[in-house]
Design a protein around this ligand. Structure first.
Ligand SMILES: N[C@H](CCC[C@H](N)C(=O)O)C(=O)O
Length: 256
């Protein structure tokens, strides 16, 4: 079949976006998803995102990692909002639904803010934090991310968690409002240039272990700059917003 796709990237986390309102995309075929994401034999991306109709919200976003596993994706959510606007499904504000539930989002001066789920499962361990921001995230502080072995150390930690494993975020404290982040992503099985649910996990974890008392955090990543803001009350994090750019790269067609 001939497939029209739109390529988007959010701070370097990149996605093949498909308007699947006709419900014709073969979702069960993980080989097709992997092929689309393959950077040599396909289009190349960290994941595939489908936009579908939803009776209770503006649209449904479905995210698949490059290995075909389904999860939520924060940067992907921001790109889905930009894509929905390009398709004239929405204007600058939207309520949409994803695998982890409903999300509000808005576009202001080309910056897309997406409301993330409330975060209340935060497991503080000796040298790391494990939390859930729409998917599983391991967070640990390191002295410097320059030349840090993200792939090697990330892969080891990723598989140390019981199935489905965990994404792994290494954070370097720049100041009390800024944490640089590099992430090894499960399902991509590599370092990505940014991870939205990952930087959200870092911001909340750093507040939880009292490395910062700020509730608006800057998170420079390899592919750009993200921001996370939140409220905290008795250890529960609400009004969690992930903010950053989402860019249309090109439109294309591929035979699958
Ligand atoms: N890049 C995504 C995270 C995808 C998470 C996925 N790798 C998984 O949990 O399996 C983000 O911006 O949140």
């Amino acid at each position: 079949m001939n497939l029209t796709f739109f390529k988007y990237q959010g701070t370097g986390n990149d996605f093949v976006m498909i308007d699947n309102r006709t419900k014709t995309f073969p979702k069960q075929n993980t080989d097709i998803i992997s092929h689309l994401c393959n950077r040599n034999f396909g289009i190349g991306a960290d994941g595939v995102i489908l936009i579908e109709e939803d009776e209770n919200s503006d649209f449904r976003m479905i995210y698949y990692n490059a290995d075909g596993s389904e999860t939520f994706c924060g940067n992907g959510g921001r790109c889905a909002v930009a894509f929905a606007k390009q398709l004239h499904i929405i204007d600058n504000k939207t309520n949409f639904v994803a695998v982890d539930g409903p999300h509000f989002a808005e576009i202001k001066n080309d910056i897309i803010s997406i409301k993330m789920i409330d975060v209340d499962t935060i497991e503080v361990k000796k040298d790391s934090v494990f939390t859930y921001t729409g998917t599983q995230h391991h967070v640990e502080l390191v002295d410097s991310l320059d030349n840090y072995p993200v792939f090697e150390n990330g892969k080891k930690i990723r598989y140390s968690y019981n199935d489905p494993g965990s994404n792994v975020n290494f954070a370097e404290m720049i100041d009390d409002a800024t944490f640089r982040v590099r992430t090894y992503e499960k399902g991509v099985e590599n370092e990505t240039l940014a991870c939205g649910t990952g930087v959200t996990a870092v911001a909340i974890s750093m507040h939880k272990i009292k490395k910062t008392n700020k509730t608006q955090i800057n998170l420079p990543v390899e592919g750009g700059n993200l921001k996370v803001s939140f409220k905290e009350n008795n250890g529960v994090y609400t009004d969690v917003y992930l903010k950053g750019p989402a860019t249309f790269v090109f439109k294309g067609e591929i035979e699958v």
